[in-house]
Design a protein around this ligand. Structure first.
Ligand code: PRX
Length: 658
């Protein structure tokens, strides 16, 4: 993995000068789920701590006999145990009399709503599981899920989990090509999708992308299709013998399907995330440890109580949705909100309307969303009754103090604690976070490792950096919801996460600790961009650009962006005979959107005659970042031909912004 020093970040110094602290109120602390002794207990013996949590929080079909088997970097948690995830998320709550409790208040973008109780979920998950069985799915078979934010999405995931069939959810914004790659990697037998969903006031069809993808996916036998758009999806064509409507096959199933007990380490799901190569990594998560980690963090960090209305506004297609819309909250029998559409439809106060209508008490979202709301002004949230909100969360990217304070004042009305939660697709659960009621927060800091988690900030040699200094964020000890590897590639798993600093998990993030030990996340230190809280690899976008016939070579860097955290800035060298033009710029952006998905569409595109390279031929991204930011150029002494930079600089004024 290439690790270049991070570019100088003056804003980080400003961040660290941020010394306002927000201690928890006595009233909040008195009623909080998490108390300080959670840290003490976990520190005394972290394995005993997790074992206690696992015994208390999980309904085991067979109890576990070992807590942790750690053969670095391969962990096995709760060995000997058997359980079923969907039983723990649904059945046991119904058995304990919570059948009429709402699991999800679902809100469609056009304004239609559905209320799904735990009893509804119990029935629908079993019917869906029976339908999957009829379609040939057995324990261990992989199922790809490509859906909008509709209730059938968590139902489909739970139906898979009921049978022990690992799912791989592909975010609905990804392209047909990306979907095909993911289906093939997982060798999925079944794709669960919908005719489409509503987005920004319009129907957005999904099935045609599945059809395109399926031209290249020999493993798929059937496609199960939820009807969401009906007549509004004219391009939804059902292939005879292959495609089945959800309402045709699921509705007629018996509402009983016994949960299949699986081993603790049985694979629950696969999820893709961008790494430092063109090919995304397929992260493996397993059952028991993931359930333990997500349910404990959910209850403690969001201070969830039985009558809370909890809304995680992420998409289920990302890990945040897996852990904190589906598995963690359902394991805790929480009432959740699930919203299909975008925050600006029909107006920029859609979220505040939902908070008011459903009396949402806990809101969890990304800084990009908060900054977008800031741009719309205070008047919109002020129009709504947000007094129900009592805890606010942030995830996915560093939150700048200004956005933190805006969130605190305008959404939390000055008295809801903010939990800035650091974690990753790989970590499965939140790892660095305040505990509301315990931790005094500082705007912009994710504060401290969760109980039982051992983090550190190390220098390039892996030596711990004293408080006050910065370096690389590492984790020193296994945790229950950690990834179990990269699917089909144990060598890459070891190499990517465990080789940079032997014995430590290298997260790929830079971090500083202040004099009081607070962690301040500084962004990625590898070739990964973070656009609106979504990870995109520079190399992935570069290969999508080079895949276009007009492009000879491309380089991509992240440019600081006031709204999305980072924006994609692409440099493209054209093949001989091709001329730069606005039209070609549009075509290239569209091409990237087609290969990866619209989220990867470059915001800036610069046609350039050459790229700065080291004498060994490596593109010097650091210089490109300087150019993208309009900064004074850093050291160019290792550059093969210094005039290249000047040539690009001359052009850079003309970088076209979309
Ligand atoms: O750089 C960190 C950033 O998001 C990366 C993980 O991305 P992903 O796997 O897509 O998961 C996102 C949702 C968990 C991290 O390596 N990141 C995530 N949360 C924070 C953050 N950076 C700063 N502060 C956070 N709270």
């Amino acid at each position: 993995m290439s690790i270049e020093p991070s570019p100088p970040k003056p804003e980080i110094e400003a961040l660290l000068a941020e010394n306002r602290t927000f201690p928890p109120s006595a009233a909040f602390a008195a009623q909080a789920n998490a108390k300080k002794d959670l840290y003490d207990e976990a520190e005394k013996d972290f394995e005993a701590f997790w074992a206690r949590v696992a015994r208390e929080r999980v309904d085991w079909a067979e109890p576990f006999t070992t807590t942790l088997e750690w053969d670095l970097p391969f962990a096995k948690w709760f060995g000997g145990g058997k359980l079923n995830m969907s039983y723990n998320c649904v059945d046991r709550h119904v058995e304990r009399g919570l059948g009429s409790k709402v699991a999800y208040h679902w809100i469609g973008e056009p304004g239609d709503t559905r209320t799904i109780t735990y009893a509804d979920l119990h029935r629908e998950v079993q019917k869906a599981a029976n339908a999957l069985t009829e379609l040939g799915i057995r324990t261990g078979d992989r199922v790809a899920i490509y859906m909008p934010m509709i209730p059938e999405l968590p139902i489909a995931m739970l139906a898979c989990a009921r049978l022990g069939a690992p799912h791989t959810v592909v975010f609905g914004g990804f392209s047909a090509e990306a979907l095909a790659g993911r289906i093939n990697d997982a060798e999925a037998k079944l794709v669960i999708t919908a005719d489409g969903g509503w987005r920004k006031g319009k129907p957005a069809e999904l099935k045609p992308a599945v059809d395109t993808a399926l031209a290249e996916t020999p493993s798929v036998r059937h496609v199960l299709v939820v009807r969401r758009l009906g007549d509004r999806a004219p391009a939804c064509v059902m292939a005879e013998g292959r495609d089945v409507w959800w309402h045709d096959i699921v509705e007629r199933q018996a509402p009983e399907c016994p949960p299949v007990p699986v081993d603790s380490e049985h694979m629950l799901y696969l999820l893709y995330t961008s790494g430092t190569t063109a090919k995304p990594k397929v992260i493996i998560h397993t059952t028991a440890g993931y359930l333990v980690g997500t349910s404990l963090t959910h209850e403690m960090i969001f201070d969830v109580k039985p009558d809370d209305v909890y809304w995680c506004a992420a998409d289920v297609g990302w890990v945040t949705g897996h852990s904190y819309i589906v598995y963690g909250p359902l394991a805790n029998a929480t009432t959740g909100v699930m919203y299909e559409g975008t925050p600006d439809t029909p107006g920029w106060d859609r979220w505040w309307q939902i908070v008011e209508d459903f009396k949402v008490t806990i809101l969890y979202c990304a800084p990009t969303a908060i900054r977008a709301f800031m741009k719309q002004g205070e008047a919109l949230p002020a129009k709504h009754d947000l007094s129900s909100l009592r805890v606010l969360g942030s995830v996915g990217e560093p939150i700048n103090p200004e956005a933190w304070l805006w969130y605190h004042e305008n959404i939390g009305r000055g008295n809801a604690p903010i939990v800035d939660t650091w974690w990753q697709t790989e970590t499965g659960m939140i790892l660095i976070t305040p505990l509301p009621g315990v931790t005094a927060t500082k705007p912009g800091s994710a504060t401290f490792p969760f109980p039982g988690i051992a983090a550190d900030v190390v220098d390039g040699d892996g030596a711990s950096v004293p408080l006050g200094g910065g370096g690389y964020l590492v984790l020193n000890r296994p945790w229950p919801a950690m990834l179990r590897g990269i699917y089909g590639d144990p060598a890459r798993y070891r190499e990517t996460y465990w080789s940079r600093f032997p014995g430590m998990y290298f997260a790929g993030d830079g971090a500083k600790r202040d004099a009081e030990g607070y962690y301040w996340l500084l962004g990625r230190v590898d070739d990964v961009m973070n656009v609106s809280g979504h990870r995109i690899s520079t190399i992935e976008v570069e290969s999508a650009l080079v895949d276009h016939k007009a492009v000879a070579e491309a380089a991509v860097v992240g440019k600081n962006d006031p709204l999305t955290g980072q924006a994609i800035f692409a440099f493209a060298i054209l093949r001989a005979g091709r001329e730069p033009s606005e039209q070609l710029g549009r075509e290239l952006r569209e091409h990237v959107a087609q290969v990866i998905g619209p989220i990867a569409r470059p915001k800036f595109l610069l046609f350039t005659p050459d790229l700065p390279k080291t004498r060994s031929g490596k593109i010097m991204r650091r210089l490109l970042r300087d150019i993208a930011e309009g900064r004074t150029l850093g050291d160019t002494t290792t550059l093969a031909d210094a005039s290249v930079v000047e040539a690009i600089r001359e052009h850079s004024g003309s970088a076209e912004e979309e």
